[in-house]
Design a protein around this ligand. Structure first.
Ligand code: SF4
Length: 359
């Protein structure tokens, strides 16, 4: 059977089971990569009416807190060379982005791989790497720590966020389409304590439909288990080598997520004080004001400009409560060329994806 026929078969199964579940079924996809494929191939439009796919906080730059960005900008302003991935450059802090800090003369380097940071370290021994992302990118940051690069870590862990979302009765999620890349590293065990049906999915339209067909069956049978729907790549125990590296160089601590607030034990902090930029440059960082006065009353998210802040709804986007088109700034004041919120900056942000593919 080719992929087209397989996809048709999965869709038929989804339709058959959904017709027997006589209510709305809410499924959250966590990974921005999944949102991309779902939107690009119009998967939402072919699902039965009572199956609703909503996007979760799976875009790494979107969930990085404004205060952490402000701290990195301040380091750059004080002459500390800093490096980070391209997507992070445009994300607005309170007043500026790292791209602005670069334009203002700061040594801010946009990199595409960890090895570029090692090259930069030869020229700038004090360089600080802004480590962002989930369990997928954290091993690369651990590799940099192993090579004595100083790191400001805002790495986040996916399962603690899922645990909180699963219990949120404002969202009422029936099942999670869980991230394939993250699970390649952590394996299935960390998801088992979340008592909501979950299926790990790969990144083709056929794989997503396959995972959805398994997930809808779990929801119908009321089985809150996690199934590996991406066995081609994901091993049940994950990547033990990568996990050992993470454990050696990071400790798990509470972490602030944009839109979600501080989530307990949901972030990776650098173990070694001498390589932890938050400690090494404490004198600079502790002077960075923690801006609360700009918090938007609508979505409880900080850092959008004064005149539009009360209308930006990024927090609700990150929680999957509304869709991008429901934000009054979407496509007007807020576009990929002029992003107001982080969800419009990254290619994995829900608003940016919706802008690219429609709706
Ligand atoms: S359109 Fe812009 S301001 Fe509105 S939710 Fe999306 S990123 Fe935030």
């Amino acid at each position: 059977m080719d992929n087209k026929e397989l996809s048709r078969k999965h869709l038929e199964k989804i339709k058959r089971i959904a017709s027997e579940i006589n209510r709305e079924i809410k499924i959250m996809e966590i990974c921005g990569g999944h949102t991309n494929i779902i939107m690009k191939y119009g998967i939402r439009d072919i699902l039965p009416e009572n199956v609703k796919l909503i996007s979760g906080p799976g875009c790494p730059v979107c969930v990085s807190s404004q205060h952490d960005i402000d701290c990195m900008i301040e380091l750059a302003h004080k002459g500390v060379p800093v490096a980070t991935y391209g997507d992070m450059m445009k994300v607005p802090g309170t007043k500026y982005s790292l791209q602005d800090a670069h334009a203002q003369g700061g040594k801010v380097f946009e990199i595409y791989s960890a090895t570029e940071v090692l090259e930069l370290k030869n020229k700038y021994p004090d360089i600080v790497f802004f480590g962002i992302g989930f369990e997928t990118t954290a091993p690369m940051t651990a590799f940099l720590l192993q090579n004595n690069v100083c790191v400001y870590s805002v790495h986040k862990l996916v399962p603690p966020a899922l645990e909180i979302l699963a219990k949120d009765d404002k969202i009422n999620i029936d099942g999670f389409l869980s991230p394939g890349h993250v699970t390649t590293i952590i394996g299935l065990d960390p998801y088992r304590k979340i008592k909501t049906p979950q299926v790990i999915s790969g990144f083709t339209p056929e794989m997503i439909l396959r995972a959805l067909s398994i997930l809808i069956e779990l929801i119908y049978e009321n089985r809150p288990v996690v199934i590996n729907g991406y066995p081609e790549v994901v091993k049940d125990k994950g990547n033990q080598k990568a996990m050992m590296l993470l454990d050696k160089y990071f400790k798990i601590e509470d972490s602030e997520w944009r839109g979600l607030g501080v989530l307990p034990m949901s972030g990776l902090e650098v173990r070694e004080d001498s390589l932890n930029a938050k400690i090494k440059f404490k004198d600079i960082i502790e002077k960075v004001e923690y801006v609360k006065k700009d918090t938007c009353e609508t979505c409880n998210i900080e850092g959008v400009c004064e005149d539009v802040k009360s209308r930006a709804r990024c927090g609700e986007i990150l929680l999957g409560i509304i869709e991008p088109g429901e934000c009054p700034l979407y496509g007007k004041e807020c576009t990929p060329d002029n992003p107001i919120g982080a969800c419009m900056v990254s290619e994995e942000g829900s608003c940016s994806i919706a802008f690219r593919y429609g709706k």
